[in-house]
Design a protein around this ligand. Sequence first.
Ligand code: NDP
Ligand SMILES: O=C(O)C1=N[C@H](C(=O)O)C[C@H](O)C1
Length: 254
Amino acid sequence: MTKVVVSGAFGRMGSMICRMVTETEGLELVGGIDIKAGTQFNVDVVKSEEIDRLLTEQQPDVLIDFTIASAAVTTIQAAARHHVGLVVGTTGFSDAQQQQIRDAVEGTVPAVISTNFSIGVNIFWQILRNAAPLLSEYDIEVSEAHHRYKKDAPSGTAKTILSILDEAVGEREKVYGREGITERKNEIGVHVFRGGDIVGDHAVTFAKNFESITLSHRAYDRAVFVKGALKAATWVPGKKPGIYPFSAVLGLES
Ligand SMILES: NC(=O)C1=CN([C@@H]2O[C@H](COP(=O)(O)OP(=O)(O)OC[C@H]3O[C@@H](n4cnc5c(N)ncnc54)[C@H](OP(=O)(O)O)[C@@H]3O)[C@@H](O)[C@H]2O)C=CC1
Ligand SMILES: O=C(O)C1=N[C@H](C(=O)O)C[C@H](O)C1
């Protein structure tokens, strides 16, 4: 049985993860962490200040984090101190925070970290890696849409798309929205929409005179992210310390 602690246990993702852990054979929910204490599915959720006590008492095999960047860094450092494997879906990390995560995890614990745990998005990224080099002469625009409550912009998934494009077609200036008199150069336009309950849409358009190609992905339900996170949670215990992309769990290129 893989013992799981969920950080962000009362959040949109965390509460669904708690429920689906209890419904998944081979996984056991042993605790939760959030900014406030309470219970989820008959399991104690403690405040983040209590994380060391929780990890000492419950000895989980894996900690799954879907919170906010600043909280996630502290949680990841605590999990590494306690040698607990990690699945991290939180987005919006600064470069400095990413370095703090590498420092905590590398050589200490295995961690699957991905800006998107949907299998479809990970295949979409692979399609993009293969297609973009063929389309390097085209103008490129990236767009994403999410629900009104999303805190970070552009989404973590859009940032991953931008880094894939940088590798595939060479680094280009990113232009975040346009206003006024603008002249298109060899740039990538990035467009962010926030509204309603949109679960997560991403698109990359390659445009040329008289034709364009758009590659896109739409998530209809957060369950796709949760299922991926649980797949990673089952995979991570016993792996060598280090940071793994979700594509490693899926056996895809990265
Ligand atoms: N990789 C992926 O596949 C996906 C990633 N995400 C990412 O996951 C993250 C969470 O998303 P979502 O569930 O929608 O967000 P929510 O805001 O619904 O959930 C986050 C939870 O973390 C809590 N929290 C805030 N601060 C702390 C803290 N210091 N310590 C512990 N808990 C804290 C929040 O409490 P409170 O509400 O009181 O602030 C909330 O309960 C985001 O970064 C999002 O981009 C989302 C979906 C898929
Ligand atoms: O906050 C969300 O909801 C999502 N966040 C992730 C991101 O920032 O890319 C993944 C997904 O699109 C949903």
